[in-house]
Design a binder for this molecule. Structure first.
Ligand SMILES: Cc1cc2nc3c(=O)[nH]c(=O)nc-3n(C[C@H](O)[C@H](O)[C@H](O)COP(=O)(O)OP(=O)(O)OC[C@H]3O[C@@H](n4cnc5c(N)ncnc54)[C@H](O)[C@@H]3O)c2cc1C
Length: 346
């Protein structure tokens, strides 16, 4: 393992402008939103793809670990590591293009989700999945984690909304990953295609079995019947397969209005029993809330800290998209009539 000063010298000599090995910076980047603490040797803030490539090259030559990072809101230590931490959020944060006709956007990895939403909103569009950290989370991090959020119910996971990725692999190869590519055009694609064909049965029976599956590598996207979609397969790989430089993502139409309904049940088990009925109303979002959580808020902050909730000890918060306020009111009434009158509802 080279010394910190050797890594810094090599990075600067390779043309990387912002290299920070101060004690303060290393301490700041030793944490994300998890319990883990790993102090890096150096933090790099690349300005462009060339500086990312130069950083990867130095890491490869010196045997230094590299961890890509966006906002660092990961809760499982995903964004901390020894060696170099590469933060794209400071300079690589441009929304490069919004194409309202194609309903796509092309972004750099450090774009914060809310900034993409602001760019898409004038066209009546939005990026579908929105983790609760949307005011900070970057597209690079969301793609790294295959982030979901409450509206993934309506719009799918991040992987369902990624169309093409431009990245640098660990060997320094620039890979433009998409769907239906000819495996013969790149050694990486050839190897991936061969691996999938060696393990077809396992991938078909063990992976992609339910719509919210995000753990592990999404090799099911590489199946021939799914169009050998390398871009989607790379979503959720947490930076272990390459460093993202650019992404083209699908945008969805914003509903003109939404109906928000809170349904009360005697407990969370009863609320869970009602979910299949709720799903028949095609909600955009459906979240559960247990009185064990509201009790803590009430005990610490008083009744006024809670919004009024229907009677019960388990609630479902449901959002349904609609074309007009009248349609939203009708959708809300239908939902309450259906799921709110189940035998165990309050
Ligand atoms: C309070 C709280 C609420 C949350 N709510 C949700 C939620 O509702 N739904 C949800 O899915 N998640 C949620 N999360 C987890 C997290 O916020 C999301 O996964 C978020 O999308 C991560 O974005 P980030 O920019 O912080 O990524 P980071 O944490 O910085 O990185 C995430 C991963 O992506 C990799 N990565 C980052 N940039 C690149 C790049 N350029 N190239 C390659 N790899 C890269 C990193 O190495 C890491 O493995 C929550 C976290 C907290 C703390």
């Amino acid at each position: 393992m080279p010394s910190t000063s050797e890594i810094v010298r090599s990075l600067r000599a390779a043309g990387v402008r912002e290299v920070d090995d101060s004690t303060r910076r290393r301490a700041e980047y030793s944490t994300d939103a998890s319990l883990y603490r790993v102090v890096p040797e150096v933090v790099v803030f690349p300005h462009d793809a060339d500086e990312v490539a130069a950083t990867l090259d130095v890491c490869r030559r010196t045997g230094t670990a590299l961890t890509a990072r966006g906002a660092g809101t990961s809760i499982a230590g995903n964004a901390v590591g020894p060696g170099v931490v590469l933060d794209t959020s400071r300079h690589m944060h441009q929304v490069l293009d919004v194409d309202p006709a194609a309903r796509t956007a092309t972004v750099q990895p450090g774009v914060v989700l809310d900034d993409l939403q602001r760019a898409a909103a004038p066209h009546g569009l939005r990026f579908g999945p929105d983790p609760s950290t949307h005011s900070r989370a970057t597209l690079g991090g969301m793609i790294g984690n295959n982030a979901c959020g409450s509206r993934a119910l309506g719009y799918g996971r991040t992987s369902d909304n990624v169309m093409a990725l431009d990245l640098l692999t660990g060997t320094g190869e620039r890979l433009n990953a998409g769907r239906g590519q000819d495996p013969a055009t790149s050694s990486v694609l050839t190897a991936l295609d061969a691996a999938v064909h060696r393990h077809l049965a396992t991938i078909r029976t063990e992976l992609g079995r339910f719509s919210r599956q995000v753990s592990g590598y999404g090799l099911d996207h590489l199946l021939p019947e799914r169009g050998f979609d390398v871009a989607k397969a790379l979503v959720g790989t947490e930076g272990t397969c390459g460093v993202l430089l650019e992404a083209t993502v699908r945008l969805v139409r914003r509903p003109a209005t939404v109906a928000s309904v809170v349904l009360g049940y005697p407990d969370m088990a009863a609320a869970a029993d009602a979910v299949p009925t709720v799903l028949t109303h095609s909600p955009i979002a459906c979240e559960g809330l247990d009185s064990r959580i509201t009790d803590v808020v009430r005990a610490r902050r008083g009744d006024a800290a809670l919004p009024p909730l229907p009677a019960g000890a388990g609630w479902l918060l449901v959002e349904i998209g609609a074309a007009s306020p009248a349609e939203a009111a009708a959708a809300a009434d239908a939902l309450v009539a259906d799921a709110g009158r189940s035998p165990r509802a309050c």
